[in-house]
Ligand binder design. Structure first.
Ligand code: NAD
Length: 302
């Protein structure tokens, strides 16, 4: 049981609230911190309301626990120092912005000199953070997914100098959390699943952009072929097309393939403000998008 290790989670947004709840459920004494006190209150409401019950009842934990027991292991801190001083592991889950993360790791380097420092960033590698961390062997990427009780996996990636000991500790912690732990070998431009998902996304968008298929047909064929519960356009609508376009920009910036340029269908929709589920219109219209119709995967009646 992970009770001997203390985990601090910095940033209590979408990911931080889930990672901290999962850590506590897995038996770790966990401290959650955010710069904005109201964000911590919001996180605790969600943790108590749905996140912890979902984790505990999902059956994902190798050592089952109760919501009450798990909750007793989770505390919050008013200061960054208070959150991380005693931590063995710090998980950073703040804004996806290199300058902001550099500022944070400069502080963590000072305030938690012996802890393993991990960043949950989705597209930023941890190598640039070695500039501000004295012992980079304790630094790595740990890439969690939401919701943790459904997407129960974590990707680990080196900063270029991460020690085997740090990887071993995170493998043990990830498995105690009930996660499939995948170690990215070497330094990749993007995590494993993000690269695979990007290829699917890009090719699906190209098919539609070239006029060879509709989003509905791509999604139908995809789901039937892979036996999947969801599909590319449905997922892009859920993520938000502005977010999808921003992620694409990060990849275009480092692309070596000259054909890797923004896809018009996507940029036009973002410009038009049709951003997916959150705006009521994307590749589908909401509520009641066609992809959720019980007959979506059935032959059309003529
Ligand atoms: N949302 C996802 O599905 C997802 C998945 C994988 C990885 N990520 C990555 O995880 C990280 C967090 O993403 P998120 O979606 O939880 O973001 P979010 O915007 O929901 O939460 C970020 C939180 O960090 C806090 N914060 C900002 N600066 C801070 C500071 N200096 N000190 C303490 N707290 C600070 C904010 O107040 C906010 O509550 C990002 O790097 C993101 O790319 C997100």
């Amino acid at each position: 049981m992970g009770a001997s290790k203390r985990i601090a989670v910095v940033g209590s947004g979408t990911m931080g609230m889930q990672i901290s709840a999962l850590a506590a459920a897995a038996g770790y004494h966990t401290t959650l911190y955010d710069l904005i006190p109201a964000a911590i209150d919001r996180a605790l409401d969600r943790i108590d309301g749905d996140i912890l019950p979902a984790i505990v009842n999902s059956g994902m934990l190798p050592e089952p626990t109760s919501v009450m027991e798990a909750r007793s292991r989770l505390i919050t801190a008013n200061t960054l120092e208070g959150a991380v001083t005693d931590a063995d592991i710090v998980v950073e889950a703040i804004k996806e912005d290199l300058e902001v993360k550099l500022g944070m790791f400069e502080q963590l380097n000072r305030l938690a000199p012996n802890a393993i420092l991990s960043t949950n960033s989705s597209s930023l590698p941890s190598r640039p953070l070695t500039e501000v961390v004295d012992r980079p062997e304790r630094l790595l990427n740990t890439h969690f997914f939401a919701p943790v009780w459904e997407r129960s996996m974590v990707e680990l990636m080196t900063c270029g100098q991460t020690s085997e000991e740090a990887f071993a500790t995170w493998t043990e912690v990830g498995e105690a959390m009930g996660l499939v732990v995948a170690r990215v070998q070497g330094e990749s431009k993007g995590f494993i699943i993000n690269r695979v998902w990007r290829a699917i996304k890009r090719e699906s968008l190209r098919v539609v952009d070239e006029g060879h298929g509709t989003p509905e047909d791509v999604d139908r064929l995809f789901r039937l072929f892979f036996g999947a519960k969801t599909a590319p356009f449905q997922t892009m609508d859920l993520v938000g097309l502005d977010v999808v376009a921003d992620i694409e920009k990060t990849y275009h910036a480092v692309a070596t393939d000259p054909a890797d340029v923004p896809i018009e269908t996507l940029t036009d929709m973002v410009e038009a403000g049709t951003l997916g589920q959150k705006t009521g219109r994307g590749f589908y219209t909401y509520p009641n998008p066609a992809c959720e119709d019980p007959d979506f995967l059935k032959p059309k009646k003529r």
